[in-house]
Design a protein around this ligand. Structure first.
Ligand code: CBY
Length: 428
């Protein structure tokens, strides 16, 4: 018996459906989108005063299509003023984020980017990072997270960079992807995005096949390293997962598995419900991936289509629990260089690491004095006892609790009664 004539048509239909199924990105479904509201609230309700350090928030608002004209205007104004007044001092990563935010999704700020020649200035900063590596034992002026942001912005906005430098410096073996032998998922993720952009560009511009193969290998190896840092749905930790998801969207089949996708989303929803995403930059870094976007979409013509509508509800006042917790708590605090100086301090319940450092400093200025610098993640401890962290020597003050490095900064980490806190002079 002959097969019916319509059978090949059914087959064709079947096959044409499979690829679109496979290409579906791991993102939050429409029914679950209300679970993202706390992230959007965090971004919309914050007070922004940090100039270009808030560029990540503007980038996300534009990339995911959250329309809030007054906030968008305020952030864009603030970033432009900061660029105008401190252009020389800005680091490569700061300027790169500024360009990505101002240039995202076809908007009038593009004129500012052109007028102020920001892309070629970023090219100079990228070059200065490479020169520093040449003269300082392979150490850049900042770090590879920033170099990767710079390469990404140069690639997306048609800046110039040397492909020979890229193949030389971005090999996955480079020490700058690691902090104290630990692979930095955040860094690897942005590098994957940047290298994917370079790879796509090169395919149009006809580079040598061997260069293209090298870059493909780099992205594949970096994506493998990111996947191997997967634990209970997270990639690295809570704060690296968003950018790591973006990297895997563009470079691997990892999220084509529905199981991996659901596991990540479940864990992220749980963390959102635990109010883990604070400060606003942490919300800004995870939201694009949850909405199926990557930083590579910044220059897509479809970027600003489909603005999203969210119900931004006024914060529900949290139920006030009758509490028997003590008003004050007591913690140990030590500074370790070669030897350890220890003290015990009493602080208010709910205090953060920084409050403990302040209390110790008040007790003994000589042993416990310290300085901080404001960053988009909050205060970064730059010196203790007058000893300054130095990027060129890869030294920093590491924060620990009960001997374990903290996953949050001094301004965010809430301390508990009886905890053993430490700042330790370290190399990365
Ligand atoms: N941004 C940057 O240049 C920062 C890049 C980044 C990879 C960043 C994490 C990732 C991100 N998504 O933004 C980064 N951290 C770097 C490069 C560094 C190094 C800074 C060196 C330099 N000057 O370039 C260094 C020294 C290794 C480092 N981070 C130290 C620390 C500790 C800070 C302690 C201090 N002295 O104040 C600390 C607290 C780890 C520790 N236990 O000591 C730390 N980092 C943490 C926890 C973090 C995460 C913050 C999470 C949070 N909720 O606060 C982080 C998101 C981040 C910021 N670091 Co670093 C990583 C993570 O947990 N996923 C570009 C610029 C334009 O903005």
């Amino acid at each position: 018996m002959r097969p019916p004539r319509w059978l090949p048509l059914v087959g064709l239909l079947f096959f044409s459906l499979i690829p679109s199924q496979l290409c579906q990105i791991c993102k939050v479904s429409a029914t679950d989108s209300r679970r993202l509201e706390p992230l959007i609230n965090t971004m919309l309700k914050a007070r922004y005063t940090k100039g270009i350090q808030d560029a990540n928030v503007l980038l996300t608002l534009r990339l995911v299509g959250i329309k809030n004209q007054s906030l968008e205007q305020q952030l864009s104004q603030q970033i432009k003023e900061d660029i105008n007044s401190r252009e020389m001092e800005l680091t490569s990563g700061q300027l790169a984020l500024g360009i990505l935010a101002l240039g995202a999704c076809e908007n009038p700020d593009e004129e500012f980017i052109r007028g102020a020649h920001l892309v070629s200035k970023l090219g100079d900063k990228f070059q200065a990072e490479i020169q520093n590596m040449e003269t300082h034992d392979g150490n850049p002026l900042t770090n590879y997270y920033q170099l990767s942001l710079a390469l990404l912005a140069l690639c997306l906005f048609n800046g110039s960079y040397s492909i020979t430098d890229v193949t030389y410096y971005f090999t996955p073996e480079n020490k700058n992807y690691y902090f104290e032998d630990q692979f930095s998922v955040d860094t690897g993720a942005v590098a994957v995005l940047a290298l994917t952009c370079v790879q796509r560009n090169k395919m149009q511009k006809k580079t040598e096949a061997s260069t293209e193969d090298k870059i493909k290998n780099y992205t594949a190896t970096l994506a493998d390293k990111i996947q191997s840092e997967g634990k209970q749905g997270l990639l690295g930790n809570t704060f690296s997962t968003g950018e790591a998801m973006q990297a895997l969207f563009v470079s691997s089949d990892y999220y084509k598995s529905e199981t991996n996708c659901q596991e990540t989303l479940r864990t992220v929803f749980y963390n959102i419900s635990q109010k883990a995403f604070f400060p606003p930059i942490s919300a800004a870094q995870i939201l694009p991936a949850l909405m199926g976007k990557t930083y590579l979409d910044v220059t897509n013509s479809s970027c600003s289509h489909n603005p999203v509508k969210f119900n931004i509800s006024p914060e529900k006042p949290g139920a006030v629990m009758p509490t028997t917790a003590p008003l004050n708590i007591s913690v140990k605090y030590s500074v370790r260089i070669n030897e350890t100086s220890q003290t015990e301090v009493t602080v208010r319940n709910g205090s953060v690491f920084l409050d403990v450092m302040k209390a110790a400093q008040e007790k003994n200025e000589t042993l416990f004095r310290f300085t901080v610098e404001e960053t988009s993640w909050g205060p970064y401890v730059t010196s203790v006892q007058g000893i300054k962290a130095n990027t060129c020597d890869r030294t920093f003050w590491k924060l620990l609790s009960n001997g374990q490095p903290l996953g949050q900064g001094a301004g965010s980490y809430v301390v508990q009664n009886g905890e053993n806190l430490e700042v330790r002079w370290s190399n990365y």
